[in-house]
Design a protein around this ligand. Sequence first.
Ligand SMILES: CC(C)(COP(=O)(O)OP(=O)(O)OC[C@H]1O[C@@H](n2cnc3c(N)ncnc32)[C@H](O)[C@@H]1OP(=O)(O)O)[C@@H](O)C(=O)NCCC(=O)NCCS
Length: 165
Amino acid sequence: MLRGTCVNTEDLQLTRPLLIRSARASEQKQLEALQWRASLENPGDREALLANPDAIELPLRQIEEGGVFVAELSGVVTGFAAILPRDDADSELDALFVEPSAWRGGVGRALVEHCCAAAKALGARSLHVVGNPHAEGFYLACGFEAHGKKQMRFGVGLLLHKPLR
Ligand SMILES: CC(C)(COP(=O)(O)OP(=O)(O)OC[C@H]1O[C@@H](n2cnc3c(N)ncnc32)[C@H](O)[C@@H]1OP(=O)(O)O)[C@@H](O)C(=O)NCCC(=O)NCCS
């Protein structure tokens, strides 16, 4: 598993130094709080989430297994992503959340690129995601391809995957 990556900020047009590293077990609640803030910003998702708070959970085991990555922008935790292995040996992007105040600043793309590298190192040929429709433009901009829809607990999810070359 990849450990810390100093992202080439020129490529990503970031103006501040970004570090992506493995999450620590002690950060579980901090990352869940970040997930809440990011998720509540998606128009239309707010009521369903507030009515079903159990929908936001980052299992400690997932952090301990090394599949959760944190983005630090100028030393401040600004986003995180998680990957899980799939039965077909590919990887699933299981979580991706960026602090709303940092949206459209390149942090989400940097986390996706880190997850792609980590998935590839594990032998995956594609990174899959069931995407929130609000994030469709983001995933397409990051090189994912759409291949269907799936009914999820709170609405329709977009089935997308990104081939790892
Ligand atoms: C989706 C999310 C992770 C994107 O993070 P971000 O840091 O804002 O994304 P980036 O700045 O790296 O954007 C990368 C590209 O996607 C585009 N993009 C980002 N959000 C977009 C959106 N909502 N609609 C269309 N395009 C979008 C950017 O313009 C950028 O394109 P460019 O490089 O060609 O200019 C963030 O908005 C978020 O946390 N949303 C709430 C939680 C969520 O829905 N997560 C996804 C769960 S499946």
